[in-house]
Design a protein around this ligand. Structure first.
Ligand SMILES: [Zn+2]
Length: 359
């Protein structure tokens, strides 16, 4: 009985020795093969990448890093910095109007971007391009939403998170100054409507900036003499998921001739008139706040469904016609800094009143 056990043990020990010896002999071979496989995989990856656009490459590289290193990027992008480039050297621009993020990395050409690519994920990327521009590598990201960028960095990488406005703010407002650029709107006595619209909106912006209310996110379709298309203006409001869309204009008579007609009117979407806390009620709030602050004639709320931005906005919209540029007294007031400030304060108050009323 005991002898049998010893014999069996001997057989097992011998078998293990043979397996270990064999494995040791074979091991360098395995090692070489693994090396070859890796090279082959890298070669294949390069060939595959040549046929990929930048977005496919991002997804491919991210999947590879995910599976190889067990790193996961949930809604975060990571950009590798070239040697001797600090995070401060990299410029990141976030254009809310076009929902485009442009990242300029010094000392990085297009090849760099392909060799040391960005990895990560975001639910909001529509398209991605890598380009070189003089001494910069340029990454351009087109988004399906207005986003707020959260950027962190260390020695080797920049990390970016994209948050929707509502992930950052309780309430979101888009404010639109009418016309702009080579579209002056109404023009009377050398005064352009676009400039008055902008002046009032910039004064609204001052009020919001001064208040610094972190629960409200305010986005502006323009803050200079540019002329975004109507599509861009509405797109921005829709893609910001705005709770309110306020457009600021000034009126003129149909003929454009100077007249006694004066006062404030606010346009709304009559097709959505039945909506509770919709466009009509918002227009009413704006009208009340404007006329009581300015002492202007109440011209009422006006049907505006035929106006593109009113028709296509996905949220309650009000288009405020502050006053008539074809009325001499009102034109003088509209062109006056103090009057513009009062108008701005009234718009600001109307926005907060709308929030109070449940918008
Ligand atoms: Zn206008």
């Amino acid at each position: 009985m005991e002898e049998k056990v010893i014999k069996a043990a001997t057989v097992i020990v011998t078998a293990i020795s043979i397996i270990v010896a064999g494995t040791l002999l074979f091991f360098p071979q395995l090692h070489i093969r693994a090396e070859e496989n890796r090279e082959l995989r890298a070669q294949e990856a390069i060939e595959r990448k040549e046929n990929m656009d930048a977005l496919e490459m991002l997804q491919y590289n991210t999947a590879n890093v995910d599976s190889q290193d067990g790193i996961s990027f949930d809604q975060q992008l990571r950009i590798a910095l070239p040697e001797n480039v600090t995070p401060e050297d990299v410029s990141v621009e976030n254009d809310y109007l076009t929902q485009t993020i442009t990242i300029k990395i010094p000392g990085a050409d297009e090849n760099y971007l392909y060799n040391y690519p960005m990895i990560g994920k975001s639910y909001h990327i529509d398209n991605l391009t890598y380009e070189s521009e003089s001494e910069y590598g340029v990454i351009e990201i087109s988004l399906d939403s207005v986003v707020e960028l959260q950027k962190t960095s260390d020695e080797h990488y920049i990390y970016m998170d994209f948050l929707t406005p509502h992930e950052v703010y309780d309430k979101v407002v888009v404010i639109d100054a009418g016309h702009g650029g080579n579209a002056p709107g109404a023009t009377k006595q050398g005064i352009n409507e676009k400039d008055i619209d902008l002046a009032i909106v910039l004064k609204v912006k001052e009020l919001f900036d001064e208040a610094g209310d972190e629960s409200v996110g305010v986005y502006y379709t323009r803050t200079d003499d540019s002329n975004p298309s109507l599509e861009q203006r509405v797109d921005m409001a829709n893609k910001a998921g705005a709770d309110l869309f306020i457009s600021v204009h000034n009126n003129s008579t149909k003929s454009g001739r100077m007249s006694s007609i004066n006062g404030t009117a606010v346009m709304y979407d009559e097709e959505k008139a039945s909506e509770e806390k919709g466009s009509m009620q918002l227009a009413q709030i704006c009208l009340e706040e404007m006329t009581s602050a300015l002492g202007s004639t109440n011209k009422g709320i006006v049907k505006g469904h035929e106006i593109y931005i009113i028709r296509t906005a996905e949220m309650p919209v009000a288009l405020i016609e502050v006053g008539f540029m074809t009325n001499q007294d009102e034109l003088n007031e509209l062109n006056d800094d103090a009057y513009q400030k009062e108008a701005a304060q009234a718009i600001y108050n109307a926005i907060y009143r709308a929030f109070q009323e449940g918008y």
